[in-house]
Design a binder for this molecule. Structure first.
Ligand code: ZN
Length: 448
């Protein structure tokens, strides 16, 4: 290859927002420069005959490089970046949560310092970090806190996240509090992400009536009704305030239908679901080692999983994201008799595109465009990155993934070194190249 700043992707099937078209793509200085039948003597050429050229995928929901309770998450920014780029994911969103006694800005500074040190360490090995951005969770709301929030919005932060549960972790917000927040945030061009599980309903469950040694009990302690109740309440607040809301990790058919109905009349709510609610179910919790599949919201019934997959194919979910929250197996295993001590969360990052392509059976251009919307364009629109990310158009960042569906035997790998969430599942997706701002950062082994 030459060392010019130009890459020419020849003969690929380019996935635009409304259609798949066979055209060449010229990249100059990290951005998409033009389309058409292009010849160049200076550009590095990538032959994409028979391949699809997608905008880089975006996982807008991951938990990385931080403590959750007493356990440090299994993935750092670096390890997550590696598995992301191998799977065509060029942008990750992670969370910064204010800790009581600290300001949100202080937490942000700590995270940015950590991110920078990971970037430097990787650069020494000639490796790149994918794009990593943040959603912010304030937990106190004094005038000073609001000044900080307004400052963070002014420097470009577009997404905040709140929880209707997790009182013990200090991140719970009451519906009254959420209404106040939505009313204030509506003044700005920002989106509020909400974790919907009704705290009162969860706390009203008599734990003494349940066998707390069994992993399956987790599904009884955080039942479907908790999600459905919270989603109803949040939709009523969405209607009342008009604020932009994104409901994260929808896990039940009923909640998905409520949101879909709401969206027939209003456009201020979007939602996501995650591969674990489409490919796994609560039977998994009854198997040996089932506690390793404890996450919140919990895996639901097999019937719910089938219904959710059908709704996913009918475009009920604006976004597919993973809620990647990987713990080391030893940390998952370290509880003694009470499953409430198992850290909640599953690895899923690397599995996202491979599994989503599997969801649809035979692929055609219409389906391919629809998938691209849900794992690239819509996440970029909701988080404010569009049109720099999430689309293939002139002047957008050249975050691009070139792939085909000749993989067949490739095993889904959600994580680089943890136990596998999607054990034995295979994907047709075969990544040939991942480009980050016009630089090839991953080349697949079986490229042709
Ligand atoms: Zn999460």
């Amino acid at each position: 290859m030459t060392d010019s700043n130009e890459i020419l992707i020849k003969n690929g099937n380019v996935v635009f927002e409304n259609d798949v078209l066979k055209t060449d793509v010229l990249i100059k200085n990290g951005v998409i420069s033009k389309f058409g039948n292009i010849e160049s003597e200076t550009a590095n050429i990538i032959d994409a005959e028979g391949d699809y050229v997608f905008p880089g995928f975006i996982d807008m929901h991951t938990h990385l490089d931080d403590f959750i309770g007493k356990y440090y998450l299994a993935d750092t920014y670096s390890t997550a970046s590696e598995i992301a780029l191998e799977n065509g994911i060029t942008t990750l969103f992670n969370f910064i949560t204010q800790k009581k006694g600290n300001t949100l800005i202080h937490e942000l500074e700590l995270a940015l310092e950590k991110l920078e040190s990971r970037r430097i360490a990787l650069a020494e090995q000639n490796q790149d970090l994918c794009n990593i951005a943040f959603h912010l969770t304030p937990v106190t709301f004094t005038d000073e806190d609001w000044n900080d929030i307004e400052y963070l919005i002014s420097i470009g932060f577009k997404t905040f996240k709140f929880y209707t549960t997790y009182k013990f972790a200090g991140i719970y917000s009451s519906y009254e509090r959420i209404e106040e927040i939505l009313t204030r945030l509506k003044e700005y061009d920002v989106t509020t992400l909400i974790h919907c599980e009704d705290n009162d309903l969860i706390e009203s469950i008599d734990t003494e009536k349940h066998d707390l040694t069994k992993a399956f009990t987790h599904t009884l302690l955080r039942p479907s009704e908790a999600e459905i109740t919270a989603v109803k309440k949040i939709l009523s607040l969405a209607e009342k305030t008009g604020a932009k809301i994104h409901i994260v990790h929808v896990s039940t058919k009923e909640a998905a239908e409520l949101i879909y109905e709401y969206r027939k009349s209003y456009d201020n709510v979007t939602c996501e679901t995650c591969p674990q609610y489409l490919f796994l179910d609560s039977e998994k919790l009854k198997t040996p080692g089932g506690h390793r599949f404890i996450c919140s919201p919990p895996l639901r019934s097999p019937d719910n999983r089938i219904a959710m997959s059908e709704l996913a194919r009918k475009s009920y979910f604006n976004v597919f994201a993973t809620d990647h929250c990987a713990f080391q197996q030893k940390d998952k295993d370290s509880f003694s008799a009470d499953i409430r001590d198992v850290p909640n969360g599953l690895a899923g990052l690397g599995a996202l595109p491979g599994l989503i392509f599997n969801l649809y059976g035979d692929l055609n251009n219409e389906i391919i465009v629809d998938i691209s919307k849900r794992i690239s364009t819509n996440p970029a629109l909701i988080t404010g990155l569009y049109p720099m990310k999430g689309t293939i158009m002139e002047d957008s960042d050249a975050d691009i993934v070139i792939l085909n569906f000749n993989g067949e035997k490739d095993i889904v790998s959600s994580h680089s070194f943890c136990y596998e969430t999607y054990m034995g599942m295979k994907t047709k997706m075969n990544i040939k190249y991942t480009l980050l701002k016009g630089k090839i950062v991953f080349e697949g082994k079986n490229r042709t």
